[in-house]
Design a protein around this ligand. Structure first.
Ligand SMILES: NC(=O)c1ccc[n+]([C@@H]2O[C@H](COP(=O)([O-])OP(=O)(O)OC[C@H]3O[C@@H](n4cnc5c(N)ncnc54)[C@H](OP(=O)(O)O)[C@@H]3O)[C@@H](O)[C@H]2O)c1
Length: 284
């Protein structure tokens, strides 16, 4: 099939991986439905590509938690079918569990889990009709539990369960499912992360330690996101049958630690890492 006729739907294209995936798929001749919030304010950043690609770039307003926006977008693919869906939109709700409000836990699941489940479910007939691909932006924190990220970790673990079941469910229809599991990469993720709003003196020092660890990571050059983009493009074009794809040295190390090292040793090693990262001074 000529890649000219292929259509990809991407969520969260305002920044980071989503923005770069938009350019990468356009450059390979796909028709890209790039969706984002506050489109009118952000349209400017797409002007050059719109000029270059014309109708190949379709911009749509879409808050992934908005049901009526979802329904009208899904209708666009009823007739044509869809070759690829990339569930990319997401954010980090960080902080110790006891500092997170009900609303904060709920919002984390609304965006990172339910929005992906509902959108994917609604687009499945269109994706099956094209023997398409579904890409989920999970995380290293989708298979490794880390202190002070329980809301984010649990949302990505949930996404992994959905994707793994779907991987098997869609196999008879030759429709692919990929779980992309990046470690830390240089995007706007850190600045878009929000923190627990409830007071917990017991975790104040741990939280400060983690925040300064993340601030240091953010100000360092960091892993460029291009490797993630190239891998997603390659997987979709090659129609690889792989499900999980850890990306970045931190994600790969944790992946092998989890799968090759006995669980008791894995946890013991991680405890010593976490003691250095979070617990220093806090235990005094
Ligand atoms: N960067 C990393 O180190 C890393 C590592 C592992 C996994 N990930 C995952 O990769 C995905 C992309 O993140 P990123 O690194 O590219 O960070 P990013 O630059 O912050 O991009 C996330 C995008 O999601 C959008 N988004 C958030 N809530 C939304 C909503 N309700 N509706 C529509 N769009 C929404 C944001 O748009 P607004 O500006 O409108 O909020 C933003 O453009 C996320 O799922 C994240 O969990 C990132």
């Amino acid at each position: 099939m000529s890649s000219k006729s292929r259509q990809v739907f991407i969520t969260g294209c305002a920044s980071g991986f989503g923005r770069m995936l938009t350019s990468a798929f356009l450059a390979r001749g796909w028709k890209v439905y790039a969706t984002l919030r506050k489109l009118d304010e952000r349209r400017e950043s797409f002007v050059e590509e719109q000029g270059k690609w014309g109708e190949q770039l379709q911009l749509r307003e879409f808050d992934v938690t908005n049901e009526s926006q979802r329904q009208s977008l899904v209708e666009e693919f009823t007739e044509t079918g869809l070759d690829c869906l990339i569930n990319n939109a997401g954010f980090g709700q960080f902080g110790a569990a006891e500092t997170l409000s009900d609303e904060q836990f709920r919002q984390q699941f609304e965006v990172n889990v339910f929005a992906c489940l509902f959108l994917t479910r609604d687009l499945l007939p269109a994706l099956r009709s094209k023997k398409g691909s579904i890409v989920f932006l999970s995380s290293v924190l989708g298979y490794s539990g880390v202190p002070l990220t329980s809301a984010y970790c649990s949302s990505k673990f949930a996404l992994e369960g959905f994707a793994e079941a779907l991987y098997h469910e869609l196999a008879p229809f030759d429709t692919r499912v990929y779980l992309i599991e990046p470690g830390g990469h240089r995007t706007d993720f850190g600045t878009n992360t929000s923190w627990g709003q409830l007071e917990s003196p017991a975790f104040a020092q741990h939280t400060n330690n983690y925040k300064s660890f993340l601030a240091k990571k953010l100000s360092a050059p960091g892993t460029p996101p291009q490797g993630v983009i190239d891998k997603i493009v390659k997987l979709v074009h090659s129609r690889s049958k792989r499900l999980r794809v850890p990306l970045g040295s931190d994600a790969k190390q944790l992946y092998f630690l989890k799968h090759l090292v006995p669980e008791w040793l894995h946890h013991r090693l991680l405890h010593s890492v976490f003691r250095g990262m979070f617990w220093r001074e806090a235990a005094q």
